[in-house]
Design a protein around this ligand. Structure first.
Ligand code: FO1
Length: 318
């Protein structure tokens, strides 16, 4: 990519953050803007919790728990033990260090800062070079209609461990939400060279971002190549409920279904080598590589491969 070129990546939590880390390590400082899903945010114990923003912050700062994928490494759990002993809510695990993030975020929001401002302050404190932006400063909340009724996202995901069958999803507040100002600026930036959709759950993590008015339209009207990385490998999700949920929604869990989901929004789909023969809508290019990211080297390799693919797509557009 040319000097000064910018990249926007749309990301959920764990899977998306892995590719975001690879991109962060490869691209020059400030070249990468990661737009984070905030549909998973919720108020818990009076605190504003932003799981996907925090997973991105901790991952890019090298503070993440590599085993769980969420929360901080070397965490202690005194608060959780104490609240459980009091009979308080203990189904959502908040480590002591992580708790500080939620307390300070909640304090700043209460003092009038926007979620974008708080996230930017934390990014600077953590010494992260790439920008991390919430998709919106307005509340958009993912809700899941299941065979047990409507559930707030974290109640479905963590409290009920994704066990209820999913029938439908809704993103409350999306229609009136505004794109966060820096997100709109990043997408309109003349130096923007590519848009990447990280290997996050298309339905739970990327769709809430696309539901923010202007986002889907911006992708449809893109002047630069857009590429998505499939989170499905050989019919299986790397982590999380993506494949189970797709089956419950009557969709075949496959890279082909992911391709159809993003039809009109992307120029290329990066699939795993096991899915190299995937059928995609007309006009969409397929790139195949090893997309499973176990190590930092895997993340950097995939990021390099993704950037080479968007450069190839850009050549085709010229
Ligand atoms: N995920 C879990 O499965 N169990 C938890 O107790 C849990 C706590 C938690 C605390 C802070 C945070 O930022 C994330 C946390 N997550 C937990 C992960 C998170 O809820 C989901 O992975 C995302 O929302 C999906 O992207």
């Amino acid at each position: 990519m040319s000097d000064g070129a910018k990249v926007v990546a749309l990301s959920g939590g764990i899977g998306g953050a892995k590719l975001a880390l690879g991109l962060d390590r490869l691209l020059p400082a400030c070249a990468l803007t990661v737009v984070a899903n905030t549909g998973d945010d919720f108020n818990h114990l009076g605190l504003h919790v932003s799981p996907d923003i925090d997973t991105l912050l901790y991952t890019l700062a090298g503070l993440d728990d590599p085993t769980k994928g969420w929360g901080r490494r070397d965490e202690t759990w005194t608060f959780m033990k104490a609240i459980a002993a009091l009979g308080g809510e203990s189904w959502f695990l908040l480590g002591d260090g992580d708790l500080a993030t939620h307390v300070e975020r909640t304090r700043r929001l209460g003092a009038g800062e926007t979620l974008s401002m708080v996230t930017e302050a934390f990014r600077q404190r953590f010494g992260i070079a790439s920008r991390i932006l919430p998709m919106s400063d307005d509340a958009v909340r993912t809700r899941v209609r299941t065979d047990e009724g409507w559930l707030d996202f974290q109640h479905y995901f963590v409290r009920r461990r994704c066990e209820p069958a999913v029938e439908a999803l809704e993103f409350t507040g999306a229609v009136s939400a505004r794109m966060a100002p820096d997100v709109a600026a990043a997408i309109a930036d003349p130096a923007l060279a590519a848009i990447i959709i990280c290997p996050s759950n298309p339905y739970l993590s990327v769709d809430p971002i696309l539901a923010v008015p202007g986002m889907r339209e911006a992708l449809r009207a893109r002047r630069v190549p857009a590429l998505a990385v499939s989170p499905i490998i050989a019919g299986q999700a790397v982590k999380g409920p993506t494949a189970k949920m797709m089956a419950e929604l009557g969709l075949e869990p496959s890279a082909a279904t992911v391709a159809r989901h993003y039809e009109g929004l992307i120029d290329g789909l990066m699939v795993d080598a096991l899915d190299a023969d995937v059928e995609v809508p007309a006009g969409m290019r397929v790139f195949a590589a090893a997309t499973l990211m176990r190590s930092l080297d895997d993340r950097i390799y995939l990021a390099r491969t993704v950037l080479a693919a968007v450069a190839e797509l850009a050549g085709g557009r010229a």
